[in-house]
Design a protein around this ligand. Sequence first.
Ligand code: HGY
Ligand code: MN
Ligand code: MN
Length: 418
Amino acid sequence: MAGYSVDGTRLWSRLMDMAEIGATVNGGSHRLALSQDDEDGRELFLAWCANRGFTVVFDKIGNLFVRRAGRTPAAPAVAIGSHLDTQPMGGRFDGVLGVLAGLEVLETLEDLGVATEAPVEVAVWTNEEGARFQPAMMGSGVHCGVHPLAEALAVADASGIPVAQELERFGYDRGVEPGSHAIGSYLELHIEQGPILEQEGKSIGVVTGGQAIRWYSLDLRGEETHAGPMPMAMRRDPVRHLAAAAELVYRTGTADADARATIGRIETRPGSINAVPGELHLSVDLRHPDESVLEQMHGSLAEGIAQLNDAAEGVEISLEQIWHSPVVHFDAQLAAAVRSSAAARGYAARDMVSGAGHDAFHLAKAVPAAMVFVPCRGGISHNAQEFTAPEQAAAGANVLLDVTLQLAGAPAPPGTKA
Ligand code: HGY
Ligand code: MN
Ligand code: MN
């Protein structure tokens, strides 16, 4: 339904205003889930929404739903959204683009006086990144019934602060029951966070699905002791096995060209220069677009770690899976709507599977869902240098606008065929 266009200048200035909150010295964003910075970002977003008279519902896990009424209030809402929380040294567009492009779609409909049959809502999901509280995509997972609310509330961050305490701090504990605020379909605009669109000169990614993800805690436990007097042969030093353990992880990443293996966090305890660590903790993130290959990667890592443990004198080595997000298939009709909007607008596009996890992965279990990608410079993301150009952001928002109008039921724009 190419015809209407968003205000790309307004979208870009909102993106830059949001980037001021939790700005890092090297031009990125630091708004960890349920931190004051995250809340400040939400308050800014809600202030923009209030200026247009949109109504807000929030739930007990902190998900926000900003609603623009439709002619049929009882019609299932079309939700468009993403997340505002960021990685510790994240970029300015991951998640934020999807939320602010969603607001831009609502504002464009207001500006043009376009009435939709169904309500349209912008969804802001709590703790998509999983950097402070694991697992990732927590708020959307609770909304879709994947994680029980009580389980999510009890998750604590590295300093022992539970999700529940932070939600109470900001008043979200007074929200509606997660999942009680029904939505009928879901769309998410996101930067690709990889190099394909840019390398191929494409403007739009028609995201047909997402790869499977498994997270682990890899823990090695020995005995703390003084770095001076204790002879090397008598030590139970877990760090002696770091290289072998890391090699096992990276070996799973060579399963084939699509396999991904990442050690994002390495920590010794007590972490003192002159104390042999008693503990060594590694995070492991394995991914693959084929569930059965990821299962093989899982098996080979578990077997390797068990053998390493058997051979390690005086050090206990364990591998615990803490999260599994299965392969996702998005709604073919919604993907087709994305594809035809890009074609109608003359945007070069290609189908692709998402390497990153997104809230849409959970929503796809509950309602028809799809995603739209735009390129990011050098494929870089989860990095302060993350960047997508103003015209690329606007192109993605225009496709989001078209598919939203199709889903929500609206008269065809003047000069276009319905
Ligand atoms: O882990 C992911 O892929 C996402 O950034 N949460
Ligand atoms: Mn994201
Ligand atoms: Mn991310």
